[in-house]
Design a protein around this ligand. Structure first.
Ligand SMILES: [Zn+2]
Ligand SMILES: [Zn+2]
Length: 351
């Protein structure tokens, strides 16, 4: 690492020396720039938070009363001579890449981001938040959650169609459809993409709280109901969206006979569905797939790339082969909480 790097690794997290602030730190610090409100990136205990304006509602829903400065996407502020701006990452509501400019150098820290496949097709954007915006820079700090060549997402419209077909068939058979996914991000992504004409949509309380923040931020989601507001007959035609923690919990008993499914990028792994003992697995991720990561990195024009959470070594090797200067930061970011078990299993499987 050169002495004048704009972002370095410290015990507390990724640190900008000239600006004297951290990005998504895992230990409490005076000034934290937060890329998005997932628990591993937005932790409690910092004195001051800076985040993209659309993230405000979800951040406050998760962290309560915090000293938060919200910045519109593209708006710039100057901090100790560092020009800082936030740009959409396409991952979840309010997710941002952090652009830093200092003495003519530009660094971008991606946080988690979603961009699919090889080409820029508007139908493939995450329908629940602003799409990823490529930002030119000298050095790009990229996530690499799905940084292995096996991860290639099918067009999301195909996945939504699959979910709709599964839900329709269950409704026709008089069975509720329990679709599990992370309550912040994945649940809203599902809601924004399914065909709400098939039947009523029921959401778990954890999902409802986050839905409120999305709707308050202007994201259009179909009408959703609490399980208590839906009669037994309607439940049999319902799509039920809940976090994975409900699996085989008493909460699911009221559905009687139901079909269950899980939506995650990890569902692309052979055996993932069977290990979770669920009827269906839908491959739907809020992270870039392997070609998506490559495309996003290429479009920054960066000559240097630093890889964080994910399959760092595979990605670093690939980048080096492309003639780029590549390295990695060891961070304490996981994937979204519920995905972690699957990630561990994936690592075990490839070992
Ligand atoms: Zn995330
Ligand atoms: Zn992450």
């Amino acid at each position: 690492m050169a002495d004048d790097d704009l972002i370095v690794q410290r015990r507390e997290g990724l640190y900008c020396p000239p600006g004297d602030f951290y990005i998504d730190p895992w230990l409490p610090v005076p000034r934290a720039v937060i890329t998005h409100a997932h628990a591993d990136h937005a932790r409690p205990g910092h004195d001051h938070y800076l985040a993209a304006a659309p993230a405000e509602g979800v951040l406050r829903a998760r962290l309560g009363e915090i000293a938060l400065q919200a910045l519109a996407y593209g708006e710039t502020i100057d901090h100790f001579g560092v020009r800082l701006s936030l740009h959409p990452a396409g991952h979840v509501l309010g997710s941002a890449q952090v652009r830093l400019e200092h003495r003519g150098r530009v660094w971008v820290a991606s946080g988690d981001y979603y961009v699919a496949g090889h080409d820029d097709d508007a139908r493939e954007h995450n329908p629940s938040c602003a799409p990823f915006e490529p930002v030119r820079c000298d050095c790009f700090i990229t996530e690499s959650t799905f940084g292995l060549p096996i991860y290639r997402w099918a067009p999301q419209r195909d996945t939504y169609a699959e979910i709709d077909r599964w839900w329709s068939a269950n409704a026709d058979a008089g069975r509720a459809s329990l679709l599990m996914g992370y309550s912040f991000g994945k649940a809203q992504r599902i809601l924004a993409g399914v065909d709400a004409r098939i039947g009523p949509i029921v959401v778990h309380g954890a999902v409802a709280t986050i839905n409120d923040a999305y709707r308050a931020a202007g994201v259009v989601l179909p009408p959703t109901h609490s399980v208590l507001d839906v009669d037994k007959a309607s439940l049999k035609r319902a799509l039920v969206i809940a976090p994975p923690s409900v699996q085989s919990s008493p909460w699911t008993r009221r559905f009687g006979d139901y079909s269950d499914a899980f939506a995650s990028g990890w569902m692309q792994l052979r055996g993932a569905r069977r290990r979770r003992s669920i009827d269906r697995g839908f491959v739907l991720s809020d992270h870039a797939d392997w070609p998506g990561l490559q495309r996003a990195i290429a479009r920054t024009g960066a000559s240097r790339v630093i890889v964080t959470h994910g399959y760092e070594s595979v990605m670093v090797r690939w980048l080096t082969e492309q003639g780029l200067e590549a390295g990695s930061f060891a961070t304490e970011y996981g994937d979204e909480q519920e995905d972690r078990t699957e990630a561990g299993e994936a690592a075990g499987e490839s070992a």
